[in-house]
Design a protein around this ligand. Structure first.
Ligand SMILES: NC(=O)c1ccc[n+]([C@@H]2O[C@H](COP(=O)([O-])OP(=O)(O)OC[C@H]3O[C@@H](n4cnc5c(N)ncnc54)[C@H](OP(=O)(O)O)[C@@H]3O)[C@@H](O)[C@H]2O)c1
Length: 250
């Protein structure tokens, strides 16, 4: 089994480590990429081809894990070039996912990574007619769950999850900003631990730290809001207002 990656950062290297340990061959290209990417490819002894065209043509499964803003172009350029399956794992909206699907055709599979990719506990959620062709990677150590045969379902699930997690983070940021001004931060944390459990002390701290001053998350809320405009009876203003919390400096 040969798996090709377009982009070789945190996601691709973490998945590759598992796949290599379980007997999979990995190919990618460091041509024109940053030193960080080149080093990751070298460290894992990934087969480093001349360019991504070659990667697309020489793998059984092609995975796109690069950057949300380039995902549609990458789908267009390389997803259509491979004769095999093309899986997108970027954090993109269902609208962009469907755009890739319409260009790539029946070989396209929609994917969402749920959980932390670094600790080997993440699960890849898949949707699309050919999702079962990716599910074979279970035999190579990955955790995979197929949710439906419809392109876009994995991305929609990603949006729903994102609304929830970003909402919780925004609420924490705002509540603790008020507590700070009242000089009651520690006491607030102590009383919340009583109802939310011991884990809350660390989880809330890391949520706040990972969310303040995060322009990327601000942009992600804007994308979510764009997607939600097609629905009736959704409190879009409420969801839109969350983005302001991610601009705060704590
Ligand atoms: N990290 C996570 O936990 C996680 C979880 C779920 C989903 N995702 C999504 O998965 C994708 C990858 O995330 P990551 O954390 O692995 O990012 P990352 O560590 O920043 O790695 C991105 C990789 O893609 C390469 N790249 C960027 N633009 C490219 C282009 N136009 N053509 C080819 N390669 C390109 C980068 O190369 P350079 O180094 O040269 O820029 C780098 O090798 C993102 O869309 C992210 O939203 C990430």
């Amino acid at each position: 089994m040969i798996v090709g990656f377009i982009g070789f950062g945190t996601v691709s290297s973490s998945l590759s480590k598992i796949l290599i340990e379980n007997g999979c061959e990995i190919i990618s290209s460091s041509n024109g990429r940053s030193l960080k990417t080149k080093e990751l490819i070298k460290k894992l002894k990934v087969n480093d081809l001349n360019n991504f065209n070659e990667v697309a043509k020489n793998c059984d499964i092609l995975i796109s894990a690069n950057t949300p803003s380039k995902a549609v172009d990458i789908g267009k350029n390389y997803g259509s070039l491979t004769n095999n399956i093309f899986l997108d794992l970027n954090n993109i909206s269902p609208t962009s996912t469907n755009e890739i699907g319409s260009m790539v055709g029946e070989n396209f599979v929609d994917g969402a990574i749920v959980g932390n990719v670094n600790n080997n506990k993440s699960v890849i959620y898949l949707s699309g007619e050919k999702a079962d062709k990716i599910a074979i990677l279970k035999d190579y150590g990955l955790s995979i769950k197929i949710i439906s045969n419809r392109i876009g379902d994995a991305s929609k699930l990603k949006v729903l999850r994102s609304i929830y997690t970003k909402g919780v983070s925004a609420l924490l940021i705002e509540t603790f900003e008020i507590a700070k001004q009242l000089n009651l931060e520690d006491e607030l944390l102590n009383i919340l631990v009583i109802t939310e459990g011991d884990n809350f002390r660390n989880s809330s701290k890391s949520r706040i730290e990972n969310s303040v001053n995060q322009l990327r998350k601000y942009g992600e809320v804007e994308e979510i809001v764009d997607f939600l405009k097609q629905f009736e009876n959704v409190n879009i203003e409420f969801i839109d207002s969350m983005k302001n919390s991610f601009k705060r400096k704590f």
